[in-house]
Design a binder for this molecule. Sequence first.
Ligand code: F6P
Length: 193
Amino acid sequence: PRSIFFSRHGESEFNVEGKIGGDSLLSPRGLEYARALPALITDNIGKDTELTVWTSSLRRTIQTGSFLPYQKLTWKSLDELDAGVCDGMTYEEIEEQYPDDYANRDDDKFNYRYRGGESYRDVVTRLEPVIMELERQENIMIIGHQAILRCLYAYFHNLPQADLPYIKIPLHTVIKLTPKAYGCDEERYPLPI
Ligand code: F6P
C-alpha cells in the first residue's frame, strides 16, 4: 500500500523567537532534524522504494528536505497560512496591537481571516489542487507547515472544520498515513531532537 508522510519543517529561527510566518532558516536543532530525516524515512520504506518529496516554496521546508535522496517538488500552494499584517509578529504583539482581531480569531479560528492575509477556510480552498494530485500519486512525503498540515490531516481523517485549527502537529515528528478503503491508518515517529 502507498504511504503519505507528513512532517513540519525542522525548528526555524522564527519558531525559536515565537514569531509567526516569515521565511527564516532552520535553527541548529532544526538542521539536526533535517539531517536525521533520511535514515528515518529510508528505514521505513526501504532504500529502493520510490518516494517524491513535496515542499513549500519557503526556505525552512526546502532546507528540511535537502538531505533526502529523493526527487523533490516545490509547491507555492503549500506555503504557510498568510498572516497578512501580522506576519513576523509574536502572538503577544498581535494581542497588543490588534486586540479585536485576536479575540475574533479565538472565537472562530477556522473562519478568521488575517488582515491582508488568509483564514484556515482560505487555505483549505488553496489546497484543493494539492489534494487532487496527492490522491493520484504513490508514495509522497510532504514537508510543510503547521496550518497546512492541519488541513491535509483533517482531510485524510475526515475531521470537522471547527476542530481542524487545533489539531496537534508537533515539530520533529513524522506522521505516516496509509489510506485504506475507509479512512487511514496512522503511525507517528517522533525524533528526540
Ligand atoms: O508558529 C508557526 C506557525 O506555522 C505560523 O507560521 C503560523 O501562523 C501558525 O503556526 C499557525 O498556527 P495557529 O493557526 O495555531 O496560529
